[in-house]
Write a protein that binds this ligand. Structure first.
Ligand code: YSA
Length: 339
C-alpha cells in the first residue's frame, strides 16, 4: 500500500500539471479520486489493515488526497485566469437567444415606411388627453350621444374645477394638436396607443393601437384618400387590394365613410376571415368637418382635408394570421418567437 501511495505521489502532480483543458483535468482527478480511483481504493482498503499500519498509512493517504484536490483546484484556476485567450473546445456551447419584434411593432414599422414613401410625416401625441382634444374640438360636445361610441377611462381630478383628463379613446385628438401648431398643406400619420373601457374578447382589447391619418390643403379630396388608402393596403398586404367606401357617421367628418378592403386571404372569394363576404372592414374616414377646422382656427372656406383611423392590431391580425388580439400583449414568448 505504501508502494501504491508512493507511485501515486510520483505521477499524479505531473499529470495534473500536463492537462490543458478542464475536461482533461477532470479525467485525471477521476483516475485517482473518483469512485474507482487508485487513491480511493487505498483509502477504502485502510479498514482491512492492522491498527498500526492504519495509523501510519491513513494520515499519508488522507494528506495526499487533500494535496491532489488542492492541485486540481489550482490548475482549474489557471485555466480560468487564462480563459480570455484559452478556448476550451471541450466545454458545451452557450445557447444564443435572439430577441424578436412584436408583430404589432412590425406592422407599425411597415406602415410608417409606406406612408413616408407617400409623402407623409409620422407624428406622435400623448396618451393622457384633455376632454377638449379627445371630444369637444372633434365636434363631440358634452352630452352628445356620439360620446357613447367611445367608452372612456376618465382620470381623477384633485378639484372639480380642473379640466377633465382621460386616456385617449382614439388617435384623432392628435389631429387637433397638430393643426393648432402647424399650417397647411401637410400630410401626417399618427400611430399610437389608445384605451377604451370595454370588455375584452378575441377582437377587442381595453388597450389597443390605432393609426390616424390626416391630409389638409386647399385641394385635398376624398378621391385622393381612396387612392392613398388603396396604395397603402396593397403594399401592406403585398397584393392588389380593392377599396370600397360605405357611408358612415363620425362627428368629426362630413361625409363620413367606413373603409372596406378586399380580403387579402381569399381575394374576394369568401373565407372565414372575411365571414364569406370577400370584404374586410378596416376603419373609418371622411372629409374633415368644418367645425373641426373652426376649433383649430383654420378657415373652412379655403381649407379642406381627409382623415382616417384604422386599428393597428386588426391589420396585424390579418397580415400575420393572428387569431386573437389578446396575444399581442400577452408576453407569451411562444407567440413572439414566431416573428
Ligand atoms: C374615423 C374618421 C376619421 O376622420 C378619423 C378617424 C376615424 C376613426 C375613429 N377615431 C375611431 O376611433 N373609429 S372606431 O371606433 O371605429 O375605431 C377605429 C378602429 O379601431 C376599428 O375599426 C378597430 O379596428 C379598432 N378598434 C376600435 N375599438 C377597438 C379596436 N381594436 C381593438 N380593440 C378595441 N376595443
Amino acid at each position: 500500500m505504501i508502494m501504491t501511495i508512493n507511485e501515486i505521489e510520483h505521477s499524479v502532480f505531473a499529470e495534473i500539471h500536463n492537462t490543458h483543458t478542464a475536461k482533461e483535468l477532470e479525467e485525471v482527478r477521476a483516475r485517482y479520486l473518483g469512485r474507482k480511483g487508485t487513491l480511493t481504493s487505498v483509502l477504502r482498503g485502510l479498514a482491512e489493515l492492522s491498527l498500526e499500519d492504519r495509523r501510519e498509512i491513513g494520515p499519508r493517504a488522507q494528506a495526499l488526497r487533500d494535496r491532489i484536490e488542492e492541485a486540481c483546484e489550482d490548475r482549474l484556476q489557471d485555466f480560468e485566469a487564462t480563459s480570455e485567450t484559452f478556448f476550451d473546445v471541450s466545454f458545451p456551447g452557450k445557447k444564443i437567444t435572439v430577441g424578436h419584434h412584436n408583430p404589432l411593432s412590425l406592422l407599425i414599422q411597415d406602415t410608417e415606411d409606406i406612408f413616408l414613401s407617400l409623402g407623409f410625416s409620422v407624428v406622435d401625441g400623448p396618451e393622457v388627453e384633455t376632454e377638449f382634444n379627445n371630444f369637444d374640438a372633434l365636434n363631440i360636445p358634452a352630452n352628445h350621444p356620439a360620446r357613447e361610441m367611445w367608452d372612456t377611462f376618465w382620470l381623477k381630478r384633485a378639484h372639480n374645477t380642473e379640466p377633465r383628463k382621460l386616456l385617449r379613446t382614439h388617435t384623432s385628438p392628435v389631429q387637433i394638436r397638430y393643426m393648432q401648431t402647424h399650417e397647411p398643406p401637410f400630410r401626417i400619420i399618427v400611430p399610437g396607443t389608445t384605451y377604451r373601457y370595454e370588455a375584452t374578447d378575441a377582437r377587442h382589447e381595453m388597450q389597443f393601437s390605432q393609426i390616424e391619418g390626416l391630409a389638409v390643403g386647399e385641394t385635398v379630396t376624398l378621391a385622393n384618400f381612396k387612392s392613398i388608402i388603396t396604395a397603402f393596403f396593397s403594399r401592406l398586404f403585398a397584393q392588389k387590394v380593392e377599396i370600397r367606401l360605405r357611408p358612415s357617421y363620425f362627428p368629426f367628418v362630413e361625409p363620413g365613410v367606413e373603409v372596406d378592403a378586399t380580403c387579402p386571404r381569399c381575394h374576394k372569394r369568401g373565407c372565414e376571415l372575411c365571414t364569406f363576404t370577400g370584404w374586410l372592414e378596416l376603419g373609418g374616414a371622411g372629409m374633415v368637418h368644418p367645425h373641426v377646422f373652426d376649433a383649430v382656427g383654420y378657415n373652412p372656406n379655403t381649407i379642406q382635408g381627409f382623415a382616417f383611423g384604422v386599428g393597428a392590431e386588426r391589420l396585424a391580425m390579418i397580415k400575420y394570421g393572428i387569431p386573437d388580439i389578446r396575444l399581442f400583449r400577452s408576453s407569451d414568448l411562444r407567440f413572439i418567437q414566431q416573428f
